[in-house]
Design a protein around this ligand. Structure first.
Ligand code: FE2
Length: 298
């Protein structure tokens, strides 16, 4: 028996590469996080540099806003948010794909949601006792236009040696087949990392944020086909889903009338090497913090 998870849960995570823990978070805390996310969007002033987030065909807009968002709070638009003339088709509040990527260290509500003794206990139970909180995302999966996220392995975007990145994904609203729930390949984490997303100019060298990015391919073998070779991971609000960094996962476009809000926190081991070519970098003024050392009782 671990600090939080049962032996059966840990075994299930090791076998499948993911684990669903329903009721991990109170719905009132989910509502508080949703309010905090909506407040960030309310304050966000879109400028002419509209950053659109996409992983369709594994493409990402790699402009300066994206590369510098690892140490800030930035709103990314849905691909389908704009009309042909570049105007929003719907209210700003219904146009944002996600917020990223350092709310867990910069916004008090996200901070208190992320650094809890319960979550640190879960991390320790699956072998990440020295977890550092690296990246946070609030994902809206907006009604009608919530974009697909192509099948990928998180370790491709948050690389460490050895591989340690682990996703803690929280359903803030019910995630269903209708509104674009997660899908995953059970056991698919017992495989190779196919590729890594790299800065062309390593962080710390002049012009790194403007230098662009590329994928380096390690293994040409395809990821499982979505959705045929995946299983749906429907999750009521308050559910925590653990995701191994090598697990292939995907989510569909949301054509329903209901949003599918989720919050995800990605952690790495403090003992692993984190290369300076990773897209997400933090300045020395904002060091990564330990999940356990910073935790407060939930
Ligand atoms: Fe992911």
């Amino acid at each position: 028996m671990g600090a939080v998870l049962s032996d059966e849960q840990v075994e299930s995570y090791r076998r499948d590469g993911f684990l669903k823990v329903e009721g991990f978070v109170d719905r009132s805390r989910c509502a508080a996080l949703r309010d905090a996310a909506n407040a960030i969007v309310g304050d966000f002033q879109p400028n002419e540099r509209r950053t659109v987030f996409t992983t369709s065909e594994q493409e990402r807009v790699s402009d300066q806003d994206f590369l510098s968002s690892g140490s800030g709070i930035w709103c990314f638009f849905e691909e389908e948010a704009f009309d042909a003339d570049g105007r929003l088709r719907q209210a700003k509040e219904l146009s944002i794909n996600k917020i990223g990527h350092a709310m867990h260290d910069l916004d008090p509500t996200f901070e208190s949601f992320s650094y809890t003794s319960d979550l640190a206990g879960v991390a320790a139970d699956i072998g990440l006792a020295d977890a550092l909180a690296l990246q946070s995302m609030y994902i809206f999966k907006q009604p009608h236009i919530g974009g697909e996220v192509g099948c990928h392995q998180d370790a491709a975007f948050l690389y460490t040696d050895p591989m340690t990145v682990t996703g803690f994904w929280f359903a803030i609203e019910d995630a269903t087949l209708e509104n674009g729930c997660l899908w995953a390949a059970p056991g698919g984490h017992r495989t190779s990392l196919r590729k890594a997303f790299k800065r062309l100019v390593p962080y710390g060298e002049p012009g790194s944020d403007e230098g662009g990015t590329e994928f380096e391919v390690f293994d040409e073998s395809p990821l499982p086909a979505a959705p045929a070779e995946l299983v749906p991971v429907e999750a009521p609000a308050g559910t925590l889903v653990l995701l191994h960094g090598l697990l292939p996962h995907w989510s569909d476009v949301n054509r329903s009338a209901r949003s599918r809000h989720a919050y995800s926190l990605h952690c790495i081991s403090a003992a692993a090497e984190y290369p300076s070519w990773n897209w997400l970098q933090r300045p020395a003024s904002l060091p990564l913090r330990s999940l356990a050392a910073t935790a407060v009782a939930a």
